[in-house]
Design a protein around this ligand. Structure first.
Ligand SMILES: [Cu+2]
Length: 235
């Protein structure tokens, strides 16, 4: 095909627009909990006085963390039908700290091959016992003097639990992703999945006690809104 100057200019303009808009979008919204709020007993850390001594008041359980406007924290959200492409894992590490005998953050996503670092800022004996089913189970002893230890995963895997066998209340959740289109809801239930190319997507939202939901959203160059509302699952 022969291109004259004008059609070439139009073609170039379109190419530039396509390039700049292709990754300009995002999926953003809020996850709420819209059911009766159960009264959860504060955690008792009496089993290890060293843990109890790190807290001055009642210690809230981290199984149902609510923020402003019933915002639901610690929901793992991911695009189920991600766009095709090569998405190399970032060189930065994902960090989960053992802090006051709790895991912080409580839920995290890590890419295949990316380093997952466990920090121990407690000066207390912990172990980090991961229970994946696709990847290899791991059990990392973390004596008080060991400040950090790393692991990584070779295959993508849905959210799996990580626990401490010394302190039965300690639990966190990790997902291993082969693409970057995921997020964890923040303290007020907000989330943003960044750099999403234009398209229509199914988004899956997972909560450890409240189950899984999905929603559909169309991204067209900007921030596409998608909210989720969780309730106690009916038996
Ligand atoms: Cu522990």
């Amino acid at each position: 095909m022969r291109l004259n100057t004008r059609t070439l200019a139009v073609a170039l303009t379109c190419a530039v627009v396509a390039t700049t808009s292709a990754f300009a979008g995002s999926v953003t919204g809020k996850v709420t909990y819209d059911d009766k709020v159960p009264s959860l007993k504060p955690l008792r850390m009496d089993a290890d006085p060293a843990c109890a001594s790190k807290h001055s008041g009642p210690i809230q359980q981290d199984v149902l963390v609510l923020g402003e406007g019933n915002g639901l924290a610690n929901v793992f959200l991911q695009i189920k039908n991600p766009p095709a492409g090569d998405f190399p894992a970032p060189s930065s590490d994902v960090i989960i700290n053992q802090e006051g005998c709790m895991y912080v953050p409580h839920v995290a996503g890590v890419r295949v091959g990316q380093k997952l670092m466990f920090h121990n800022s407690d000066g207390v004996l912990h172990n980090v016992h991961g229970l994946p089913e696709v990847n290899r189970e791991f059990n990392i002893g973390m004596p008080p003097t060991l400040k950090e230890k790393e692991t990584s995963f070779s295959k993508p895997e849905a959210v799996f639990p990580v626990k401490c066998d010394v302190h039965p209340w300690m639990k966190s959740y990790v997902a291993v992703m082969d693409h970057p289109f995921f997020a964890v809801s923040d303290a007020n239930g907000g989330f943003t999945i960044q750099n999403v190319p234009d398209g229509t997507y199914e988004v899956i939202a997972w909560h450890e006690k409240l189950g899984t939901q999905s929603g559909s959203v169309t991204v067209s160059g900007g921030a596409a809104k998608l909210d989720f509302s969780f309730m106690i699952p009916k038996k």
